[in-house]
Design a protein around this ligand. Structure first.
Ligand code: 13P
Ligand code: SF4
Length: 330
């Protein structure tokens, strides 16, 4: 078989054909084939976030999911090498949970506006201003910030962690950082007062109530699902809010005729093939950090075994504690 016929015979192509032109797929397939061989040779697995491009999601990823699933799977991983196809804080979290494994990030510049909005010194100052209150850090933070807090949380378990932390500390308030929108959206679901930081996701903060009104005016039957990093009024105007995995789950369970995922654009492309009866409509926004990761960079990372994530061992012990506390909440 020629390279082209091998590419079109690959079962992954059936899931990608509607997103990738044939000529591009043949070129991508070269990288995909090389990555699959390298994974075997290096005893590596690829964990990919739901916002990765469809050729990564369907072509080379061993496990896909939201931040919580990736953290859990990183902890269970048996392979010697983990490639984190996602942003830097996700790779750091995988390393925190696997200090003896090699964790590779294909582009270490893949940051996150939330993670960059707060430092360890900011957390210490916040704690000093509100003594006695438990501090919860969204997983979208650096290891240095996680080392200063009591619990980590993700968008999938924010409410549960807030309630658990307040209950354990015997307080009616908690500090939750750095996303002011996730904090506000979580506060609406609990009786607990949340003291927030002023960070925001540069992708989700751009959605407005007018976007939702426009999509509803265009498609009367559309179901609107929003990520809780969106502003409160956007979440309030939506039919459901949840983590990227919760949104994928909602579509799989309810099979709406039309859906708008108010989140990063690749989300819709990635779950479209599993939901052929659903039409995915805009708006969506791209995350420039997630989009730094490409097939070619994954191939290079596995070929050169770089860049490996490193974390100062003392800091890692403290940061791991907050992630493990989250994972231990029943
Ligand atoms: P999830 O944990 O919902 O996948 O969200 C991660 C993220 O960065 C969303 O912007
Ligand atoms: Fe960070 Fe937002 Fe990108 Fe998620 S979508 S990685 S929160 S900048």
């Amino acid at each position: 078989m020629t390279g082209a016929s091998l590419a079109f015979a690959d079962p992954a192509y059936a899931k990608l054909a509607s997103h990738i032109p044939p000529a591009e797929w043949v070129l991508m397939h070269e990288d995909i084939t090389a990555i699959r061989v390298l994974k075997r040779d290096r005893d590596a697995i690829i964990l990919a976030h739901n916002y990765q491009t469809p050729e990564i999601y369907h072509g080379v990823a061993d496990i896909v999911g939201d931040s919580l699933a990736l953290a859990r799977e990183a902890m269970r991983a048996k392979a010697a090498v983990i490639v984190l196809a996602g942003v830097h804080f996700m790779a750091e979290t995988a390393k925190l949970l696997n200090p003896d494994k090699t964790v590779l990030i294909p582009d270490s510049r893949a940051g996150c506006s939330l993670a960059e909005s707060i430092t360890a010194a900011d957390v210490r100052a916040l704690r000093a201003r509100h003594p006695g209150l438990p501090v919860i850090a969204y997983v979208n933070t650096s290891a240095a910030v996680k080392a200063e807090v009591d619990y980590c949380c993700t968008s999938a378990n924010a409410r549960k962690v807030v309630e658990f932390a307040a209950n354990q500390a015997g307080t009616d308030a908690v500090i939750m950082l750095p996303d002011r929108f996730l904090a506000a959206n979580t506060a609406r679901e609990t009786q607990i007062r949340i003291i927030a930081w002023d960070g925001a996701c540069e992708v989700h903060e751009r959605f407005t109530q007018a976007d939702i009104a426009q999509v509803r005016a265009q498609y009367a039957d559309v179901v609107v699902l929003a990520h809780p990093e969106c502003p409160e009024e956007v979440v309030a105007a939506s039919d459901f809010a949840g983590s990227t995995a919760a949104m994928a789950d909602y579509v799989a369970r309810h099979q709406p005729k039309r859906v708008a995922l108010i989140t990063e654009c690749s989300m819709s492309d990635n779950i479209a093939s599993a939901n052929p009866g659903t039409e995915f409509v805009k708006p969506c926004n791209l995350c420039p950090h997630m989009k730094r990761i490409s097939l070619h960079k994954i191939r290079t990372a596995l070929g050169t075994m770089s860049e490996a994530v490193t974390i100062d061992p003392d800091l890692a012990v403290r940061a791991r504690r907050s992630v493990e506390r989250m994972l231990a909440i029943p």
